[in-house]
Design a protein around this ligand. Sequence first.
Ligand code: 5RP
Length: 218
Amino acid sequence: MSAEDSKKRAALEALTWLDDARVIGIGTGSTVNHFIDALKSIKGRLDGAVSSSEASAQRLKAIGIPVLDLNAAGELSVYVDGADEANHRLQLIKGGGGALTREKIVAAVSKQFICIVDDSKLVNVLGHFPLPVEVIPMARSYVARELVKLGGRPDWRSGFTTDNGNHILDVHGLTIPDPPALEAQINQITGVVSVGLFARRPADVLLVGHADRVEKIT
Ligand code: 5RP
């Protein structure tokens, strides 16, 4: 049984969490791609989706689900997205695919954030996965120096530009016992657009795909 099978199992389970939502928020990544593929079977029930990335928007359009502007959609009842790491408090590291800022925005406006992961993503302490930080390009070196002061080893994701036209620093070497505190601290650095810690607005439900079942953590 592969990690891909476990991702798919979690993604299929998320379908049962949509209730009667007609507009849903959609995240980014390979786990979410399984979810989008599964949406084909219920697309008649949906008026559309708000996407956290251009990549997911293309995939949604390809199966005939209208992609809506968040400003027009207003508050969302449910948002489904993956994560790079998750702890048992449902705090997350996200941004491996570089979509963290839009993901944070969609999570912020959603009543229920359903996070779907395979079991390799579940950890006791966040930080083994390099923490993505989206930065305004001219501030990249300054922000990197500030992150070094916090004990991290920032690495510029060279050649990558976010959907917002910004750069990403992947911060290695952090152990994060207090994710909300570090999230606030990094958000305060001038030039930071957003940090891939989702702790002040964690997930509401974590669906963890295992080889033979889906574990639900709330
Ligand atoms: C993208 C993300 C993704 O949710 C995260 O990288 C997980 O991706 P995958 O499902 O491919 O493992 O935060 O910015």
